[in-house]
Ligand binder design. Sequence first.
Ligand SMILES: [Zn+2]
Length: 330
Amino acid sequence: MAELRQDPISGRWVIIAPDRAHRPNASARLLGFAPQADNPFAVGREAETPGELLALREPGTQPDQPGWRVRVFPNKYPAATFDTVGAPTSDPLAFGQPAVGPHEVIVESARFVTCLSELTPAEVAEVVWVYRERLRWHRAHQTCACAVVFKNKGPAAGATLAHAHAQLLGTPWIPPDLAAELDGCERYHDQTGRELFADVLAHELQVTDRIVAATEHHVVLCPYASRVSGETWIVPRTPGAMFEAIDEDAVTSFAETLHHTLSAWQRAHPDLPYNYAIHSEPYGRSAPTYRWHLELYPRLGNVGGYEWGTGSYVNALPPETAAARLRELW
Ligand SMILES: [Zn+2]
């Protein structure tokens, strides 16, 4: 049973999810894991996961049977879940509520691969299509205030299974980093009448030294104030706050850019552990001046005491240097 707790001093919300300690390989995280050890995402082991919510399947195959290419099911060890109910506590020093919201696993290939760069761009397009469909479903059903699709790749990035997968986690609050971006865009628009992301892209394309690639539909860049070494963003050139509003052509072009970006990173650092997250307009707050994007955080260095102690970051790799390296590998 997961629980949401609000720190009475900072106001920060935390998900307390003791069941997650029981995940496969959870205790092996610091040591790494054998790639194919205990892999319940493998074809033929569908009965070991909760029943599927969505799958791209070969014609004539049955749910929760082999024949899938991308498969989504509820997380067996959820940080949040639909079926936990109970009275919220109103004690201001111990304010909390049951964690109600979606937590899903998206297994991204039936083949054993550890990174989307090992798939074809067409296969990555199917994965992106599934991200979009699940985010659409939760918006339509208003299951939470904000759902985020994110990825942990490699034990150093928090993964307990090597088989390529992403997760979708929805919360009744808007996560603070996303809220800060929404506030920043709104403030900029109030002051200038302009869209902040459009101006940032125009500026970066003019300066050029933090640009990794400028494709027809996206700009790949290392942001000016990158928090971690090699932080990389993929930003669409077309305005739009909602990732899940993108059309089929945009799914394909975004998948190509994502595939290319991950391939470049893997060429720079084979088997690089990383995280990424898609930032999109929350369900619980309209943000017409926002622009969706993907943020990728390579695990090139450690997040240490200063970062944990303050929420601020020291980054040893200037984004200009990171972008120059990636440009060469693009
Ligand atoms: Zn963001």
